[in-house]
Design a protein around this ligand. Structure first.
Ligand SMILES: [Fe+2]
Length: 366
């Protein structure tokens, strides 16, 4: 077994009603910057629960878009500075959670967000409370914040130990208001975290513990995801599987699937989870050639009897996908080139080279 460190400093509070039960302990300071997207924090009831019990002052930034931009996090950081906020409450899916983390840094480091990628940051980020309303990102228990970088035409992750939220409140009822399409897209993001972590070069005994349990839990939701009949029990399992995926990738990072998926999202507007999902069958085919036992374990836990059955599941979940993407040879090569420059590639088993990625991507878009 590899030597490893295990670091996961986020306190998780899991169950129905946990935000209201937290009461005044929800506050980590005197004045909160509450960061949300445009609707899910309100629709889910999470924002109401927070406002019902939160002591002290707060200011709300509710303009986070899907795949948040550098401009957005600059605005939120400036607002927190101007208002004198001393902690951040992030409510929503991956986009608000990741944007809130970057704002927590910028609130106390008056620099351009792009500088953070080059030079890191000096002052520790404000403490963060994370309340997810989707079951997918896992960001509530990771040290990552992924932003869209227009200059580089891709998504790119910041990382730092202070980006782990101090506390994550996980209530499956907040995911009940999600439309089926978003539920499936985000669920497949969670699955890709679990599978990629388990198939990462950096997998450890501790990350495997989370990934194996997460995949088994995710597997229990397959028929509900297929049929679109997600009751609270299925949502409970998905939310926990998603957080386990976050705990796993906090240790290992993601792999070539996320590296390829970023271009499908940036250039084709494909939701993040779906972009990963369409690459998964070809990725498992490739990995079967270099780590067959691990791939077989993934399939067993999901109760799928082959990689083809995995691909059929992804197709079934994304049935409302309109049309298939067509890429010219030049475009495909450009996406592969972009993916090769990421750190995610180095985590992939089998040391994939450009020709491997080309094969995987062209098989994925069919
Ligand atoms: Fe992801």
């Amino acid at each position: 077994m590899n030597r490893f460190d295990y670091f996961m400093p986020t306190k998780m509070v899991y169950g129905q009603g946990v935000v209201r039960e937290a009461g005044s302990s929800l506050a980590l300071g005197q004045k909160a910057l509450i960061v949300t997207g445009r609707s899910s924090a309100r629709l889910s009831g999470a924002l109401d629960d927070v406002l019902a019990v939160l002591p002290g002052e707060h200011v709300i930034y509710d303009e986070v878009e899907n795949n948040p931009s550098v401009d957005t996090v600059m605005q939120g950081g400036a607002l927190a500075r101007k208002e004198g906020c001393d902690y951040v409450i992030a409510i929503g899916g991956g986009s608000p959670l990741d944007a809130a983390k970057a704002m927590a840094v910028l609130a106390v480091n008056d620099v351009h967000a792009l500088d953070l990628y080059q030079n890191g940051w000096e002052t520790r980020a404000l403490p963060i409370v994370a309340i997810p309303t989707t079951a997918g990102t896992g960001s509530e228990v990771t040290q990552y914040a992924v932003l869209t970088i227009e200059d580089e035409e891709t998504k790119k992750g910041l990382r730092g130990p202070d980006l782990f939220p101090q506390v994550a409140y996980l209530d499956p009822k907040y995911t009940e208001s999600l439309p089926l399409g978003v539920t499936r897209d985000t669920a497949v993001d969670a699955l890709s975290h679990l599978v990629e972590s388990y198939l990462s070069k950096r997998a450890t005994a501790a990350s495997d513990l989370a990934a194996l349990q997460g995949m088994a839990l995710w597997g229990t939701t397959i028929s509900a995801l297929r049929q679109g009949t997600l009751d609270l029990e299925a949502r409970d399992a998905l939310l926990l599987a998603s957080s386990l995926g976050g705990i796993a990738i906090a240790q290992t990072g993601t792999t070539l699937v996320h590296a390829l998926g970023y271009s499908l999202t940036y250039y084709h507007d494909m939701p993040h989870g779906r972009a990963n999902g369409v690459c998964m069958q070809a990725y498992l085919d490739y990995t079967m050639g270099v780590a067959p036992e691990r791939v077989k374990t993934v399939l067993e836990l999901l109760e799928l009897d082959s990689v083809e059955a995995f691909g059929e599941l992804m197709d079934a979940l994304f049935i409302d996908e309109v049309g298939k993407i067509e890429l010219t040879a030049e475009t495909l090569a450009a996406y592969v080139d972009k993916a090769m420059q990421t750190n995610n590639i180095k985590n992939s088993l089998g040391d994939p080279v450009e020709s491997d990625l080309s094969k995987i991507l062209s098989a994925s878009i069919k």
